[in-house]
Design a protein around this ligand. Structure first.
Ligand code: G3H
Ligand code: 13P
Ligand code: ZN
Length: 309
């Protein structure tokens, strides 16, 4: 039981039909809900921390909470920096004991992204830490646009192969139509699976990562809206699309929005049904249980990662 890198997890997941869940964490209840689910499901687990999470909770608290989770559950957990925007934040996390970092150079031109990613890879690898990079832009897109427009946004397979060869990165986040948040598609959900297959065929040994992979469970959207929320038209990636992605090299599936929705739905419900409560444990406890249930559902039915530890 310890902090582990993603190396073994991805080796096992690469030529299989399951993926490792990478869940964003911001506080104790979120961490506890996720790890309890992973423990019961005997699933491999990545907990990831964004720059926003570091700012909100402070780095030391998050690291110590993850260490506490390992102590409490006996799980091996990978601790990953999500969307590191420059060398400095990646270096800080490597030095703090993270076992994996993401350098997100996707906003830079191709050559600059290569240069930045290479720099992070050199430093992280010298400390035994894995690196994820991103190529392409994560944005929802209409399904009837032409190939040129898609190439301008989505990951170009030949570029992915060149990028991995030149940077030595351990895993690659690809843009195939997913996007962050609760409003992923205007019309019918669409992911470019032909592109994903091509990328996977060109770099079959590179684990691929799917960001923006929350399914936005209707149950939680409905509950939020029923109990005073206002999130109409929320739509995520259908569960069967995530299952399909795991067959073509996707080893890591990023989930944040679904955690936020599960937690918020339960807290909203609690406040409406128990207006006299003001002990945070009364509403954070059920919120933690909701996260656990959602993550268990995800591990079993979407990631197919039960008993893969
Ligand atoms: O990719 C974005 C994640 O959902 C993290 O979000 O930057 O608000 O913590 P955040
Ligand atoms: P969601 O917004 O779909 O949960 O995506 C989270 C993510 O990609 C974190 O990096
Ligand atoms: Zn992301």
């Amino acid at each position: 039981m310890s902090l582990v890198t993603t190396k073994k997890m991805f080796e096992n997941a690469l030529n299989s039909d399951y993926a490792v869940g990478a869940f964003n964490v911001n506080n104790m209840e979120i961490i506890q809900g996720i790890v309890e689910a992973a423990q019961e499901e005997k699933a491999p687990l990545i907990l990831q921390v964004s720059a926003g999470a570091r700012k909100y909770a402070k780095p030391a608290y998050l690291i110590k909470l993850v260490e506490a989770a390992i102590l409490d559950t006996g799980l091996d957990i990978a601790l990953h920096l999500d969307h590191g925007e420059d060398f400095d934040i990646c270096k800080k996390c490597v030095d703090d004991g993270f076992t994996s970092v993401m350098i997100d150079g996707s906003k830079h031109p191709f050559e600059e992204n290569i240069k930045l990613t290479k720099e992070v890879v050199e430093y992280a690898h010298s400390k035994g830490v894995s690196v994820e990079a991103e190529l392409g832009k994560l944005a929802g897109i209409e399904d009837n646009i032409n190939v040129d427009a898609r190439n301008a946004t989505f990951t170009v397979p030949e570029e992915a192969a060149e990028f991995v060869a030149k940077t030595g990165v351990d895993s690659l986040a690809v843009a195939i139509g997913t996007s962050h948040g609760a409003y992923k598609f205007k019309g019918e959900p669409y992911l470019d699976f032909e592109r994903l297959k091509e990328i996977h065929s060109l770099i079959p040994d590179t684990p691929l990562v799917l960001h923006g992979a929350s399914t936005v469970l209707p149950e939680f959207v409905k509950k939020c809206n029923e109990f005073g929320g206002d999130i109409p038209g929320a739509q995520g990636v259908p569960e069967d699309m995530i299952r399909t992605a795991t067959k073509y090299g996707v080893c890591k599936v990023n989930i944040d929005t679904d955690l936020r929705l599960a937690m918020t739905a339960e807290i909203r419900k609690h406040f409406v049904e128990h207006p006299a409560d003001f002990d945070p444990r009364k509403y954070l406890g059920p919120a933690r249980d909701a996260i656990k249930g959602m993550v268990q559902h995800k591990i079993r039915n979407v990631l197919n990662a039960s008993n893969k530890r």
